[in-house]
Design a protein around this ligand. Structure first.
Ligand code: SF4
Length: 680
């Protein structure tokens, strides 16, 4: 007789954090079912969720550590791999090691890698994939409302009566969050989407589509705010009691000309008015945004304008309102919370002497680093040693040709992952990690929801949970006493002690489906569904308007590179596809890239639907097939970035300066050329 078990856990394929049950037959994952009692998914999962963790069974899983010898990876024992790494890292100078992490790892894994970096390698050189998606959100929202997080809960989006979606294709990339928007719409909410493409989100759940010129969103929002003020729709009571800086914002908006904004954005003033009046007259207006506006050199300014508009209309502190950054990774909130960033210790405690001293005493360790570390691409460029846990920069970073050259010069590249990713192929040592179905832990989804991941099966082969690998390596490097953890729960207990926002959360309390939203200051606290109800996260408790002018892109199109490339995701794949491309049903849906071009560009260039094309930027070129569609405007090209055969990020390049250092993934100047039938 077959023994069937159901193990409740969390979907690993996006930040929505839906509950799933892994169905085990005779100890193996045989299927996935949605968790009925879960507040986010309520008994539904999208296609990715329905296939979650089936990649655990893939024959391509890494089962042992590997060391590169004579250009080839060879299997070795854990002792051999870790001894070798320990010897090399012991010889490294202070700040010579860079740690790159992923939101696919658990909070416990992430907490330990930052502790390892700070105690063992004495460095704050720590960064993660959020550098490539929300490094603009955090400074923008810190400077306005005091916290770069989603202030509401996913379920409460159903209560919004106007939703403004900026640069986010939620139906494909956050399907269950999109369900909440659909429910709000059936109750009468108006849905407005600003996006340069007619995405499935635009076609299926949008009432007003603002098909904006790429990268001009700040100009649009400033225009909408000017209209709101001119129409007398500002919430003066909220502005007086809860904000500062309004006069400066008003003075700036007074200088703007709507006709000029129409030219910059391509949005007619009448449409802008429709959007502004719908947003400002709603009782509960919600803004959500993602990479479409965040991955720009002017991303910080754009997100500041969004916060300004929510403050101008009093749309903070109510369920289903506020400005909500949508983080893509399943633990996309956790890597910031755990301090795997160069400027914060865990709990967003700023890197400085005082914080380093406080952590030295909590960890009983000496000489912790007190100066900000290097950011993601700075580490790729400057650190001779790289330790990469769960991340795949050989697909996700900009200008991959430059990254490959930088990797060739490294003294040591260590990659810890569950598959031989494109980055692992370049590594000197590859450490076989356990996947999320093979370990216990927690993850924190898009709405600050901390949830339990549960071990359902044993790790494949000799693979180990990331946190166990780090504990063993620390022991070999003489720091074992700081890493003497036997279970993930013991690590979480230390996290609670160091991260004030998590203090009241325990594994026992996380037994309830749907977890707990931080901040949760004590064990009697239910968690926080809506932030900023009475005061903001700033030192004075007030929100601060920031007049933020539109900033032009770094690499505008010109005669040599006349098209604008934008990159993005598709509904069947997640991030660099390392998991979903190894999930048969998802890979069968779509297995290769395509370049969307407009019918007008098809006519002008003679490139027909399905024909092979070369896309070329100043940094390199890729080959793919054209998909001709009226969903994109002339002069623009869309390319998904999940597929290694067509690495979209070979084409992308320049990064903004501080504070974000965001690569401009959504705007690169390119050429497009038909591949002639002889292959040239
Ligand atoms: Fe998983 Fe996201 Fe789909 Fe929910 S919406 S099932 S978290 S991929």
């Amino acid at each position: 007789m077959n023994a069937i078990e159901h193990i409740p856990t969390v979907c690993p394929c996006c930040g929505c954090g839906c509950g799933i049950e892994l169905v085990l037959k005779n100890g193996e994952i045989a299927g996935v079912e949605p968790l009925k009692s879960h507040p986010v998914c309520k008994g539904k999962n999208c296609l990715k969720g329905k296939n979650a963790y089936l990649y655990a069974n893939s024959e391509e899983r890494l089962t042992t550590p590997l060391i590169k010898k004579n250009g080839k990876h060879e299997a070795c024992s854990w002792d051999e791999a870790l001894d070798w790494i320990a010897q090399k890292l012991s010889e490294a100078d202070r700040d010579a090691v860079g740690f790159i992490n992923s939101g696919k790892c658990t909070n416990e894994d992430l907490y330990l890698i930052q502790k390892f970096a700070r105690i063992v390698c004495k460095t704050n050189n720590l960064d993660n994939a959020s550098r490539f998606c929300h490094s603009t959100s955090v400074p923008a929202l810190l400077s306005t409302v005091g916290a770069g997080v989603m202030p509401t809960s996913t379920p409460s989006i159903e209560k919004a009566d106007c939703v403004l979606i900026m640069g986010a294709n939620i139906q494909e990339t956050y399907p269950l969050l999109a369900q909440k928007v659909i429910i709000a719409r059936t109750k009468g909410a108006k849905i407005i989407t600003a996006d340069l493409r007619r995405t499935p989100t635009v076609k299926n759940l949008t009432d007003l589509h603002l098909q904006i010129h790429p990268g001009t969103d700040a100009a649009l929002i400033n225009g909408m705010m000017k209209i709101i003020l001119d129409q007398g729709l500002a919430n003066t009571d909220f502005i007086e009691k809860r904000t500062s800086g309004f006069d400066e914002l008003k003075a700036y908006l007074d200088t703007l000309d709507l006709q000029e904004i129409e030219k910059i954005t391509g949005i007619k003033t009448e449409q802008m008015k429709d959007a502004a009046l719908s947003y400002a007259s709603a009782h509960n207006a919600c803004i959500m945004f993602n990479a479409g506006i965040a991955q720009h050199a002017g991303g910080v300014e754009t997100i500041q304008t969004l916060a300004d508009m929510a403050l101008l209309t009093g749309n903070y502190g109510k369920p289903g309102s506020g400005v909500n950054p949508l983080r893509g990774h399943s633990n996309g909130e956790g890597f910031g919370d755990m301090g795997t960033v160069p400027v914060f210790y865990p709990g967003f405690q700023k890197v400085n002497e005082e914080t380093a001293g406080r952590f030295a005493s909590m960890w009983d360790a000496a000489d912790l680093p007190a100066k900000p570390g290097l950011t993601y691409m700075e580490m790729v460029e400057k650190c001779p040693f790289l330790y990469i846990m769960g991340a795949n920069p050989a697909m996700s970073a900009p200008d991959i040709n430059a990254l490959r050259k930088a990797f060739e010069k490294k003294e040591l590249v260590i990659v810890q992952d569950i598959f031989m990713t494109e980055t692992a192929q370049m590594a000197d040592v590859v450490l076989a990690g356990a996947c999320g179905a093979e370990k216990d832990g927690t993850q924190t989804g898009v709405d600050r929801r901390v949830q339990r991941l549960r071990k359902a099966i044993a790790p494949v082969g000799d693979a180990l949970p990331d946190w166990q690998i780090l504990c063993r390596l620390a022991e070999k490097m003489g720091a074992g006493e700081h890493f003497a953890f036997k279970t993930s729960e013991e690590i979480f207990e230390e996290i609670r002690n160091c991260v004030p926002q998590y203090r009241g959360i325990t594994y026992e309390r996380l037994e309830q489906a749907g977890g707990i939203q931080w901040p949760c200051p004590d064990e009697g606290h239910p968690g926080t569904e809506t932030m900023f109800v009475e005061k903001f996260g700033t030192p004075d408790g007030l929100a601060h308007f920031q007049a933020a002018p539109y900033k032009a892109p770094l690499e505008p199109p010109d005669d040599a590179y006349p098209y604008i490339l934008t990159t993005g995701r598709l509904n069947f794949h997640f991030h660099t596809g390392s998991m979903t491309r190894r999930t048969e049903r998802l890979q069968n849906e779509i297995s290769e890239a395509f370049a969307e071009i407009s019918p007008q560009d098809s006519e002008n260039t003679g490139i027909a639907d399905g024909e092979e094309v070369i896309l070329r930027s100043r940094r390199g070129e890729v080959k793919t097939r054209a998909r001709v569609t009226p969903d994109i405007k002339a002069g623009q090209v869309f390319l998904p970035w999940h597929f290694p055969q067509c690495l979209a990020n070979i084409l992308t390049g320049p990064s903004a300066g501080p504070p974000s250092r965001m690569p401009e993934f959504k705007f690169s100047a390119i050429q497009i050329e038909k591949v002639e039938s002889d292959g040239k």
